[in-house]
Design a protein around this ligand. Sequence first.
Ligand SMILES: *Cc1c(COP(=O)(O)O)cnc(C)c1O
Length: 441
Amino acid sequence: MLLGTQKINAQGHLEIGGCDTLALAAEFGTPLYVMDEALVRENCRRFTQVFTDRYPGEVEVSFAGKAFLTMAMVRLVQQEGLALDVASGGELYTALKAGFPAEKILYHGNFKSDEELAMGVAAGVGRFVVDNPYELKRLSELAAAQGKTQAILLRVTPGIDPHTHAKISTGQEDSKFGISVSSGLALATVQEALSLPGIDFKGIHCHIGSQLLDSHTHEDAAEIMVGFVAAIREATGFVCTDLDIGGGLGVRYLPSHNPPSYEEFADSVVSAVVGALEKHALPFPRLMLEPGRALVAEAGTTLYTVGPIKKIELAERTKTFVSVDGGLSDNPRPVMYDARYSVLVAGRAAQATDTTVTVSGKHCETDLLFPELALGEVHSGDILAVQTTGAYNHGMASNYNRFRRPAVVFVHDGQADVVWERESYDDLLRQERLPQRFLEE
Ligand SMILES: *Cc1c(COP(=O)(O)O)cnc(C)c1O
């Protein structure tokens, strides 16, 4: 499969954004994260367009920053007119330093510290998405102390199981996130929010899970959420002006993955929301969406250099281990979620994928990146291109084994720009302190 601007050039090399991936590997080294800028921009525009075309009220799409956040990405999101989700003081700081307008920031998370709450209020973030009654009280006190009124959404759990990997299911009744609708706690918390000083309650939010490959769970969630908007009006007379149904749309990691198109997804979500609003005779609230993976995953490719190749003779077959110069430090998803990927040999991108190998990382772990991968001919020194690594790779990277985190380049019209430098060995020592007694011989 070829994604975005990927193509196979006359030399048979994989090209992205008009740049030959072998030339990128030679210039910037490996491992290297390559982002297809044109595809990210197109995704931002199309995702917004499909919803504004269909929904009769106002639409706000915010990019879920945790999927891939660098200052260049923050600037891109702003240029494309999207809002931005942050989920920590660090993400908020990055967004503000990049000049992102605070009023277009939504601040998420199930435990925002007092420091983080105060930082968000002082910066003037557009919405806090409040996760629990404890946070609501702390935020009320901190906002009132700054003489401010903070607009909020309340995160609720609609109580549906999205049938995705357990570690990325977040909308079910026993989720650690949000407040349960069915228990009545969510309604009680809304009533409290409406009465607390320093709090301007706007509406409700849910995020049911990630990498969802059909729209049914989003449709179910939309109906439950609108039903809850109706219940709030019934109990309090208050009509929510914001309705946020989160992110979660899946992407293609493998050719066999077939997520809904943006158009199909918007058709399902908007018809469920509009149908439920009409049923309850509610006005159209601002419809908010928070795609992360769906905007950036397919735009990312990781380049690795192949090192030693081992052939192990087993009774029934030969098993081939191909080692690459990265691993769980630049992509923990295979180890965390059993994630699978599609991989090309960058210099022979059109070759037959008739031999199966196991690709392993170079950490002191059995960090099998891609078990039983149909790759075809491969030699030490080849460059491997792993597709669909634009979400939750750079952001989840670590320095395990004191690896230096890889560089990120944005490619566009034949040009490649570094937006994140590969770490140096000195970067690895930046936090080190040696108290005097460790210096004595
Ligand atoms: C992670 C997250 C998202 C984005 O999820 P994707 O599956 O990447 O689209 C959106 N909203 C919230 C609150 C999240 O935690």
